[in-house]
Design a protein around this ligand. Structure first.
Ligand code: HEC
Length: 134
């Protein structure tokens, strides 16, 4: 009887340790400050641009970021770093951040700059779509 109790406490202890370990490996992400030429830009398009943005996203982004932007696209799995989960990201950053990152890309990663490939309007449409991701 007493052995059983000790064992139960031991298992509970291991579970607590495992939970702590898991939360430590989860990366804390602090978004970089938006450069002044992009800071405070707001989306000139309304939420109804999300439908057009879904098309832009499907054609240009889904392969890496996945259909719901969860960073699970088929081409994204072998990339280093892996594509960001845009559903999580959009919850913590502003429109200016999203526009800047899509426009300029991220040097040294597979996230290319989309300026010159997509129009500003298409980028804002993509931002409207990203805002719908959960
Ligand atoms: C070739 C694969 C690939 C394609 C295509 C791609 N991305 Fe990315 N994207 C990445 C990777 C990898 C990262 C992670 C870079 C990082 O943040 O370290 C990223 C990061 C991002 C970020 C966040 C940057 C940050 O760190 O804050 C946004 C926003 C983004 N992508 C949007 C898009 C949009 C919108 C498109 C389509 C127009 C797109 N991506 C197309 C690979 C891709």
């Amino acid at each position: 009887m007493e052995n059983k109790l000790v064992f139960t406490i031991f298992i509970l202890g291991m579970l607590v340790l495992a939970a702590c370990g898991a939360s430590q490996t989860e990366e804390a992400f602090t978004p970089a400050p938006v450069p002044t030429e992009f800071a405070d830009k707001t989306n000139p398009l309304g939420a109804d641009a999300a439908a057009a943005g879904a098309e832009v996203f499907k054609t240009n982004c889904e392969l890496c970021h996945g259909p719901q932007g969860h960073g699970d696209g088929i081409a994204g799995q072998s990339l280093d770093p892996k594509p960001k989960n845009l559903a999580d990201l959009q919850a913590i950053v502003g429109d200016d951040y999203l526009f800047w990152r899509i426009y300029e890309g991220r040097q040294g990663t597979p996230m290319v700059a989309w300026k010159g490939i997509l129009t500003d309007e298409q980028i804002w449409q993509a931002v409207s779509f990203i805002r719908t991701l959960k």
